[in-house]
Design a binder for this molecule. Sequence first.
Ligand SMILES: Nc1ncnc2c1ncn2[C@@H]1O[C@H](COP(=O)(O)OP(=O)(O)OP(=O)(O)O)[C@@H](O)[C@H]1O
Ligand SMILES: [Mg+2]
Length: 477
Amino acid sequence: MGDESPVTDNQTEQSESITEVPGEHGESNSEESTSSQTTLDDSGSGISIMDELQSESVETVFENKDLVRPDTIIDEDRIVGRDEQLKTVITNLKPALQNHGIPEMLLTGPSGTGKSLIIHAVCKKIVELSEAQGMRFGVFSINCEGPGTTSRAVYRLIQEATANIDEEPGVPESGVSTDQKLERLWEIMREHYDGVIFVLDEVDMLDGPYSEPEYNSLLYQLSRARDLGRFDGPVSVTAITNYVDFMSDLNSRANSSFNPDEIFFEDYDATQLRHILRNREDAFKPEALADDVVPLVAAFGSQTHGDARKAIDLLRWSGELADKQGDERVEESHVRTAQDRYDSDRKLRHIGGLSTQKKLCIFAVAATDHYSNASVDWIPAGPSYSLYQFVCDTLGADSYGRETFVNHVTEQATYGILEFDRRGRGRGKGIHMHFDLAEDPESIMERILEDDRFANLEQEEEMMRSIAKSKMNGFLN
Ligand SMILES: Nc1ncnc2c1ncn2[C@@H]1O[C@H](COP(=O)(O)OP(=O)(O)OP(=O)(O)O)[C@@H](O)[C@H]1O
Ligand SMILES: [Mg+2]
């Protein structure tokens, strides 16, 4: 999650500039620079392979890009605005250092609010301190999005438990029961660890193939370890989820054994985001960040849900954009362009995920806009509906009535794909529904045509153009 870069994705044509000779920025395209490598100049020397290899091949605004990558675990002095959560987690885990029991925890809150960061930052210190005391504390952390079932999740925990010690998992990934895997896990823990914390990130994703979600059995099994006498030392489960109501979804068995201290992580406001970003400014070279960049990134970030990951991503994308354009300094304009690209990328991804019928409806509006070539800002529903009927016909899909068509289209306004408005066509000609797409119609059509079921439409360009033109002319005159 989170590392999609609209800057790099949409800019493939620019990646060629890496092969350019430094100092010739903007003058040569890659073809010319390739030929310059094979042509000797007047002195007969050609280019110096050594100089080329030793020169700094790509100019960059970054000094330490890791600081603005989403998965880097940052030092504690860079953590901002989570004092309360940090204190609670520390208070809860501290007894482990005296070999006392530790409570279970449930960290909830929206994306990018520091849940994973805080638990890992504290666990890292616990491991360091216990090592200094001659104790071995294990943090077995898995993301529950991958495994799918309790059995596979337990296997991942075994892999975590054996990753840094001289020990084999000792059970196969499949072909043995979950109980056998659990027994093996307890055995490894007894032999190699004095205390253990299981971190189950995105726990709600472990829903499994059955009607009763699998996280119930995983939480039930792991949280009983101490009660069943499987492990003597401090042991506890920390589950992490975006769902504030997660506990009310648990079945009664899981509910009776997993009794966590719930810790809530709220969204960041613009001031907190600004602090978070300021603490990472050394990701960039000195002077490579214009003064207004961080406040602008923070402002965009707080508008879109106060997610620190998004804000950090936007800062990195802005830097990548400056690099690609050969600029030495990240300016406000880079931030705005990166944000625009991100928005447009997000909207197109949303369109790609719509149901077939909704795609058909949006396609018809985009195609009417594109093919009619009319100089109007707003596309009337009538001509779009005619094109929708043609498209359905061509693809052998059911075509719905005009009201459903309009509802499907207007629904997309909630996602920022378009605006809609009822407007007059001129005196006495009545009020009609109109649409205004927020994205370029061709990009929308391209995204929808990526769906194989729409492939036949590529051959119908001329027909669509003629319908769009004639219906639009009919409507306007
Ligand atoms: N308080 C903070 N101070 C500094 N950096 C932060 C803070 N909170 C989050 N970050 C950074 O933001 C990014 C996202 O944080 P994190 O992964 O902890 O979010 P999360 O709450 O676990 O989100 P999700 O629910 O999507 O997994 C990370 O790069 C993290 O370092
Ligand atoms: Mg997380």
